[in-house]
Write a protein that binds this ligand. Structure first.
Ligand SMILES: [Ca+2]
Ligand SMILES: [Ca+2]
Ligand SMILES: [Ca+2]
Length: 183
């Protein structure tokens, strides 16, 4: 069972993923993020780099759709999304895989200088790909950068993900991983 706070956080996550704001997470949302990333990375159409980026997103969308689209209508609505996360959070193995996948994706897509750390600009790029404002992103970044050294390490990101998915403390730093849960 998701707690009230978990439901709020996962609803926020859903709204972020639903980039075109039509109430359903679908292939068009992934296409839009992909296009934002393409522009962000300055990748031309029809390059191997774009093909790799597209492949990563096809795989991700396919995994979400297969597990979460319970009525198989090609989109994931909020109810399906919450049911999906309720299942994931009930399984240690699936949960661990989701967190590891999130950290890996974030690093592979946004650690653009390959330093093994996400700096504030890279973090703003991550939020920006989903249409979040840089001002909010900077605030979230500083909450997640727990040792204040100007970068989010894999450990800090993993801690943030655990806060986001599992903590029932609204003041936990990871609560706003996908932006503020109340606007
Ligand atoms: Ca959508
Ligand atoms: Ca559906
Ligand atoms: Ca840090």
């Amino acid at each position: 069972m998701l707690s009230a706070l978990q439901t709020r956080k996962l609803t926020r996550y859903f709204r972020v993923y639903d980039v075109d704001d039509d109430g359903v997470v679908g292939v068009r949302d992934f296409e839009r993020v992909l296009e934002n990333l393409r522009v962000l990375h300055g990748v031309a159409n029809d390059t191997p780099a774009l093909a790799r980026l597209r492949q990563a997103y096809v795989v991700r969308w396919d995994a979400v759709r297969r597990s979460a689209d319970a009525d198989a209508d090609g989109g994931v609505d909020l109810q399906e999304w919450l049911a999906y996360w309720d299942d994931v959070l009930a399984s240690e193995d699936r949960y661990a895989a989701e967190v590891a996948g999130l950290v890996d994706r974030l690093y592979s897509l946004f650690d653009t200088d390959d330093s093994g750390r996400i700096d504030v600009d890279e973090f703003c790029n991550f939020h920006g790909a989903y249409g979040l404002h840089a001002e909010t992103s900077r605030r979230v970044f500083h909450a997640l950068d727990q040792d204040g050294d100007g970068a989010i390490t894999r450990d800090e990101l993993t801690a943030a993900a655990h806060d986001f998915y599992r903590s029932d403390d609204p003041a936990a730093p990871g609560t706003d991983l996908y932006g503020p849960i109340e606007e």
